[in-house]
Design a protein around this ligand. Structure first.
Ligand code: IMP
Length: 193
């Protein structure tokens, strides 16, 4: 079975992706690889940050690795918070503070359309492959639900009647940006296997 290091410290993302890959690959977390670093996200695009993360971890492990960077892109806010989603309300990366800031910034705006966009960078034998997944939806006025993480309590995907935070992980994965990007990665790995 192919082993891939997943370059993230976010356990929610690990859980989601293990569910999607469903035992097809041996996914190793940074913790399991014995790596304890705060991976840098210094760039102003999701693509560049994803590449940075996989490259840094490849440099440390010399193992096949993938990373992902995700942003919430809100039309009325000209694509913000976007690449700054984790630190929207400050360096503390506080999910609640980020939601509060988002809702304040959307006050009075009619257009509440948004999308989550995930960029996955896979480094296989040192060569990079990039995959994208998008989930379109809208930002509600008041948060609902307690599951998931990040902006999940204020995001309803198109075609659903509840927020990501009100969904089980399986339900979220039927819509999820991350699931779409990872499915492309899985298809690619199956094609070249
Ligand atoms: P990262 O830089 O890719 O770790 O993600 C940036 C931020 O986007 C996270 O800290 C979360 O606030 C948010 N985010 C990423 N993925 C999701 C998701 O699936 N649901 C809700 N928020 C998310």
């Amino acid at each position: 079975m192919k082993t891939l290091v997943f370059a993230t410290n976010n356990q929610n993302k690990v859980n989601e992706i293990r569910k999607v890959t469903n035992g097809l690959f041996n996914i190793i977390t940074l913790q399991e690889a014995g790596i304890d670093i705060d991976i840098p996200e210094p760039h102003d695009t999701l693509e560049a940050n994803a590449t940075e993360k996989s490259t840094v971890i490849y440099g440390l492990t010399k193992q096949d690795v993938f990373s992902e960077d995700t942003g919430l892109e809100v039309i009325a806010l000209k694509g913000e918070p976007g690449v700054k989603s984790a630190r929207y309300a400050g360096e503390g990366r506080d999910f609640q503070a980020n939601i509060d800031k988002l809702l304040v910034n959307l006050e009075g705006k009619e257009n509440r359309q948004a999308q989550f966009r995930t960029v996955v960078s896979l480094l296989l034998d040192g060569k990079e492959y990039v995959f994208e997944g998008i989930c379109k939806g809208s930002i509600i006025q008041e948060q609902k639900g307690f599951k998931g993480f990040g902006y999940d309590p204020v995001f309803i995907p198109d075609g659903a009647d509840k927020t990501f935070a009100e969904m089980t992980m399986d339900e979220k994965n039927t819509f999820s940006h991350r699931k779409k990007a990872i499915s492309k990665l899985i298809d690619f790995l199956n094609e070249i296997a």
